[in-house]
Ligand binder design. Structure first.
Ligand code: EPU
Length: 279
């Protein structure tokens, strides 16, 4: 899993199933049901910490048909494996505006919709018109955007519902306007560290920023093993050496939570997903 996550961390998965179309996906889902396995769906591997030991589960990776993208008037219909960077590029090439705020967010459309990815002011749920997917039982289902509740970095889409494609509503704009918007988000992102990370580790508690709280608790630059709290933005943990273990990151997470509680009396909630056993 190390090679498949933006954190560059994680042990082996018991089963790894790249699937290229709905038929392959439903086939693997029936295998998973027969074997009574737990399964995870891997998008771009962002926002995720995978345990070091073998993950006793199946990991499904969508590719092929799930990477297709097309437009229909002011709407874009994109497979869940389309990366956000490809989506933004496609919109810009077609003079469609509304997705620029996603610039610099790693990962794929499916993962972004499940986690309602975005910035402080905008999130992808606002663009979603409909979602196609497959339930754990292998049934193809469609949801209208208005029937889904998008919250702060979450959506009420069950863990076992696999998003296969998403229809997004955008609006027509001029190329230079779209480019200018992208530049604004590019500059905002330059305040965040590059390198192997999972993006922001914690959700922002209401009315404040997790990064500022961790910073004010004096933890910037603190290291455990190969993992380090970024000195650029304290809500990022960086796998500085490329050899950090999930256990290092987990110890840092626990330390941050304790320190922020002791200093500020605030409980930080994880934004990233954990795959495996973390205690
Ligand atoms: N700050 C500090 N020290 C730090 C980090 C931040 O003092 O180490 C201060 C900043 O100076 C600023 C405030 O905290 O006054 C907010 O910081 P920033 O503008 O970086 O925004 P954020 O709340 O930390 C959120 C999202 C990011 C998103 C940015 C930009 C969350 C948890 N984070 O960060 O999303 O990119 O806004 O819109 O919602 C992510 O979800 O993975 C992510 C990185």
């Amino acid at each position: 899993m190390k090679k498949l996550t933006t954190f560059h961390i994680g042990g082996k998965a018991q089963y790894y199933f790249p699937v290229r179309n709905i038929a392959e996906l439903t086939d693997k889902l029936s295998f998973i049901r027969r074997k009574k396995l737990r399964f995870y769906v891997l998008g771009g591997g962002a926002n995720l910490l995978v345990q070091d030991n073998v993950l006793k589960s199946a990991v499904i990776k969508l590719a092929g048909d799930f990477s297709a993208i097309k437009k229909n008037g002011n709407r874009v219909i994109a497979g869940s494996a389309v990366t956000l960077s490809k989506l933004i590029k496609f919109c810009a090439e077609n003079n469609l505006s509304g997705a620029e705020f996603l610039w610099g967010i790693p990962g794929t459309l499916g993962g972004a919709v499940k986690g309602n990815a975005g910035t402080k002011d905008q999130s992808i749920g606002q663009l979603v018109r409909s979602i196609n997917g497959v339930s754990g039982l292998g049934n193809v289902e469609v949801f209208k955007g208005k029937d889904i509740t998008f919250g702060y970095r979450c959506a009420n889409i069950g863990d076992i519902f696999i998003i296969t494609s998403v229809e997004l509503s955008l609006h027509k704009s001029r190329e230079n306007v779209i480019k200018r918007n992208i530049e604004i988000y590019r500059q905002k992102k330059s305040a965040q560290p590059w390198g192997y990370s999972a993006g922001c580790i914690f959700k922002n508690p209401s009315g404040t920023s997790a990064g500022a709280l961790i910073d004010r608790a004096g933890l910037k630059g603190y290291k455990i093993g190969g993992a380090e709290i970024s000195s650029q933005h304290a809500n990022f943990i960086i796998n500085k050496t490329g050899r950090a273990k999930a256990a290092d990151v987990w110890r840092l997470i626990k330390l941050i939570r304790k320190k922020v509680w002791d200093v500020h009396g605030i409980k930080l909630e994880l934004e990233i997903k954990l795959w495996g056993d973390f205690k």
